[in-house]
Design a protein around this ligand. Structure first.
Ligand code: GLC
Length: 652
C-alpha cells in the first residue's frame, strides 16, 4: 500500500460522507470521520473554482486531495484533473488520476442548504426548479401517492386495465418515486419500505444496496439514468475504508449493506443543515451480518447502467475501476479454502439472518460468477488489469465447473448419491465430499420431478444442503453459471412444482421450510423465521424480476408472465408486502412491511421486461465460448471419469 494511502486510512477512518461543497474559495474544510463512534474532524484544504448553484449558491469544483506526511494537500497538477463537479448534486469523482491518487479523493464534504424535514425517513424533495430531478418528476402522470394512500382503491380487476392503462403499474410507479431518497438534492436511492402502518422502522428507512437493484433497473428501463449513476457513485464513496466493528475491520472493498441520509444541523450554524451519508457495513445490522452480496450487486448494476444508458464513461472512470478492483481483490483473496466457491458466513446475502446458509451458498456463488463476468467486461485494458483478468478467468472456469458438477441434482443424480460409496480415500473418488446417502431428505423424493432439476443450496465436506433456494437458481440461469440444459431443467422444475414455489404469490424464497428440531437448531429458534415465514419458506414478490429475467433469457417468457398474473391478483390490494407466509403464500407475512420498495420495483421490472424482452440483455451474462471450451477440457479431466495427473492451466 502506498504511503499516502496508508496515511489516509489512518487519518480517515470511516467517513461521514457529504459532498465537499462550500461557499468560499480555497477554504479549509473539515471532514467528519467516525472512529470508535466518536466523530472527529479532519481539516482538509480544498480549492473551489466556481459557485453558481442557483438556489444555494454552492456550485463548485472540488479537486483531488492527497496526503503526504500526514498532511492533506491540494493537488497541484490541476491539468490532470477532471473536476468532481459537486454542484451539491453529484458525487463526480476524479479521473485522470493515478489509482493511488484517486483513492484519496473519496472524501465527502458538506453542503449547506435550508433545513428540510425528512418525510418518513426520506429527505424531503428539494425545491426542484432548475434541477434534473424536477424534470424527472414532471414526466410523471397524475398525483404522487404518499405512503401508498391511493393503493387501496378499486378492485384488482378494475385496476388491471382501466382504459388501456395498467393502473397497478401506475400505482407502483408513484410508490416507487415516493420512496426516493435525496442527498444534497440528488436522487441517490430508494428506501427499503415506506410503511405508514408500521411503528417499528428498524432500518427499513435506509437505502439497502440489494434492495435498490430492482429500483435501479426499473429506472434504467424507463430511461431515467441519473438516480442509478448517483447511487453508483455515492455507494462507491462509502466502500469500506476502515474499522467499524469492535475494533475489527471488514475487508477493504466491502460495500455497505445499506446507508442512510441524515439531515443534521450544520456545525456552528443553527439556521442550516447538512446531509450526511451514513453507511452500515453490518455493524449495526441485526446479527451483525456481513453484506457480501452488496459489492457483487454493485458491479452487476454498474454494467446494466452502461448497457442501458450507453454511457460507458462511468465504468471507465478511474475511481470506478478502482472500486471494481477492490471488490475483486476482496473476493479473490487467497484463504484456506479448497473450493473455488466463495466462503461466507451465515446471512451474507438476501437471507440476512441465521438460516444455515454459511459456507458456500448458491446465491453468493451465482452473484459472484455474474460479477466476475461483468467485471471482466468492464475492466479497462491496461497493464495493471492483466493479472486481474487472468485471475478472473481462472476463477470463472473453476467456479462454473464446481457448481455445474457438484451442486446439480436431478433424478439421475439423486439416484447416484443414493448408491454412493463413502469413505473413499483417493484422488479418483466419485463421492469426493464424502456425502452419506442417508442425507437425502424424504421430502426430496417427492419434490424432484422426473423432468427437471436444480442446483442445491450449499455444498461442504460431508454436507449437501438439498434445499431449493430460488434466487441462487434464478441467477445461475441469468449469469450462465448453469448450463443451458440445466437452466431449462430449473425452469421445468419451477413449472412442475408451481404449487409449491408460486401457489398464491410468487416466489418462495426457499423450499422446503425448516421445521421442528431442525428449525430450532439451524435458526436458533428464530421466531421471525418460523416454518413457511420470512426467509424460512416465505414468498417474496421481489423475486418476480429475477424469475422474469431468467425466463426471458431461456426464451420462455410465458412462465414469468404467468407468475406476474398471479401477483397482480392481490399484490396491490395487499399493499405491496415484503413477503407472504404459509405453504401456499396465503397470508401477508406476520412481520412483513407494507409498501416494500423492492416488491414494488420487482413487479415493475418484470412488467417492463415482459413488454420489451430484449431489454433483459443488459442483465444477462451470455455463455462465454472460451469458458465453455475450457470447461469441457475440465470435464474430460474430471476424476469421476479419469484422473489426469498433469496439472492444467486455463488461461484465456
Ligand atoms: C430484510 C431482508 C433483506 C433486505 C432487508 C431490507 O432484512 O432479509 O434481504 O435487504 O430486509 O428490505
Amino acid at each position: 500500500m502506498a504511503t499516502s494511502e496508508a496515511i489516509l486510512q489512518v487519518l480517515l477512518p470511516r467517513l461521514h460522507h457529504s459532498d465537499l461543497c462550500t461557499n468560499s474559495l480555497n477554504s479549509v474544510h473539515t471532514i467528519k470521520a467516525n472512529v470508535n463512534n466518536r466523530r472527529i474532524k479532519i481539516p482538509v484544504s480544498m480549492q473551489v473554482h466556481s459557485c453558481s448553484r442557483k438556489s444555494q449558491n454552492c456550485r463548485r469544483r472540488v479537486y483531488a486531495l492527497w496526503s503526504r506526511d500526514s498532511v492533506f494537500h491540494e493537488k497541484t497538477d490541476v491539468g490532470r484533473l477532471e473536476s468532481m463537479g459537486c454542484q451539491c448534486q453529484q458525487a463526480e469523482g476524479v479521473s485522470g488520476l493515478t489509482t493511488e491518487d484517486q483513492n484519496e479523493t473519496r472524501f465527502k464534504g458538506k453542503t449547506r442548504r435550508p433545513t428540510s424535514n425528512p418525510i418518513n425517513g426520506t429527505s424531503s424533495a428539494p425545491s426542484i426548479e432548475g434541477y434534473e430531478v424536477g424534470q424527472q418528476l414532471k414526466h410523471e402522470k397524475g398525483d404522487h401517492v404518499r405512503n401508498g394512500k391511493a393503493a387501496a382503491a378499486g378492485t384488482t380487476k378494475d385496476k388491471l386495465d382501466r382504459g388501456g392503462v395498467n393502473v397497478i403499474e401506475d400505482e407502483a410507479w408513484n410508490l416507487l418515486r415516493n420512496s426516493i431518497v435525496y442527498y444534497c438534492n440528488n436522487q441517490v436511492g430508494t428506501i427499503a419500505a415506506n410503511d405508514p402502518s408500521s411503528n417499528s422502522i428498524l432500518n427499513y428507512d435506509q437505502v439497502f444496496i440489494r434492495d435498490f437493484i430492482p429500483s435501479g433497473i426499473a429506472f434504467l428501463l424507463k430511461g431515467e439514468y441519473d438516480i442509478v449513476r448517483n447511487f453508483i457513485l455515492h455507494t462507491l464513496q462509502l466502500q469500506s475504508w476502515e474499522k467499524t466493528m469492535d475494533c475489527y475491520s471488514p475487508g477493504q472493498g466491502l460495500m455497505p449493506a445499506s446507508f442512510k441520509v441524515r439531515t443534521v444541523p450544520l456545525d456552528g450554524d443553527d439556521s442550516a443543515t447538512e446531509d450526511v451519508l451514513d453507511p452500515d457495513f453490518g455493524e449495526a445490522a441485526i446479527g451483525r451480518v456481513a453484506p457480501v452480496d452488496s459489492g457483487l450487486w454493485w458491479i452487476i448494476l454498474l454494467r446494466a447502467y452502461g448497457k442501458c444508458s450507453g454511457d460507458l464513461s462511468l465504468q471507465e472512470r478511474i475511481d470506478v475501476q478502482t472500486g471494481i478492483k477492490m471488490i475483486l481483490k476482496l473476493c479473490l483473496a487467497d484463504g484456506f479454502d479448497m473450493f473455488p466457491t466463495l466462503l461466507v458466513t451465515d446471512g451474507s446475502c438476501m437471507i440476512d439472518r441465521r438460516m444455515g446458509i454459511h459456507g458456500h451458498p448458491l446465491e453468493i456463488q451465482a452473484l459472484f460468477y455474474s460479477a466476475l463476468l461483468s467485471a471482466r467486461e468492464m475492466l479497462a485494458p491496461e497493464d495493471a488489469s492483466a493479472d486481474h483478468i487472468q485471475a478472473l478467468n481462472n476463477r470463472l472456469i473453476a467456479l462454473s465447473f464446481h457448481v455445474r458438477e457438484y451442486y446439480w441434482i436431478d433424478m439421475r443424480k439423486i439416484n447416484e448419491i443414493y448408491r454412493y460409496k463413502t469413505e473413499e480415500y483417493s484422488y479418483d473418488a466419485v463421492n469426493k465430499f464424502n456425502i452419506y446417502p442417508d442425507q437425502i431428505p424424504s421430502w426430496l423424493v417427492e419434490f424432484m420431478p422426473s423432468k427437471g432439476g436444480y442446483l442445491i443450496g450449499n455444498l461442504q465436506p460431508a454436507h449437501m444442503d438439498f434445499r431449493f433456494f430460488s434466487l441462487g437458481n434464478l441467477w445461475s440461469i441469468v449469469s450462465s453459471l448453469a448450463t443451458v440444459d440445466q437452466s431449462h431443467a430449473i425452469l421445468d422444475l419451477i413449472e412442475a412444482k408451481w404449487d409449491e414455489l408460486v401457489a398464491d404469490m410468487p416466489f418462495k424464497i426457499c423450499y422446503p421450510a425448516l421445521q421442528g428440531q431442525e428449525w430450532q437448531i439451524i435458526t436458533g429458534s428464530d421466531p421471525k423465521n418460523t416454518p413457511w415465514s420470512y426467509h424460512n419458506g416465505g414468498s417474496w414478490p421481489t423475486l418476480l424480476w429475477q424469475l422474469t429475467v431468467a425466463c426471458i433469457k431461456m426464451n420462455r417468457p410465458e412462465v414469468g408472465l404467468k407468475a406476474v398474473e398471479v401477483a397482480e391478483r392481490r399484490i396491490s390490494q395487499d399493499k405491496w408486502p415484503e413477503y407472504y407466509d404459509t405453504k401456499r403464500a396465503r397470508f401477508i407475512g406476520k412481520q412483513a412491511r407494507l409498501y416494500q420498495t423492492w416488491s414494488i420495483a420487482g413487479y415493475l421490472v418484470a412488467k417492463l421486461l415482459l413488454a420489451n424482452p430484449s431489454a433483459a440483455k443488459s442483465l444477462v451474462n451470455e455463455e462465454d465460448s472460451e469458458l465453455v471450451n475450457a470447461f469441457s477440457s475440465m470435464i474430460s479431466a474430471n476424476p469421476r471419469r479419469k484422473r489426469v495427473r498433469r496439472r492444467q492451466s486455463f488461461i484465456i
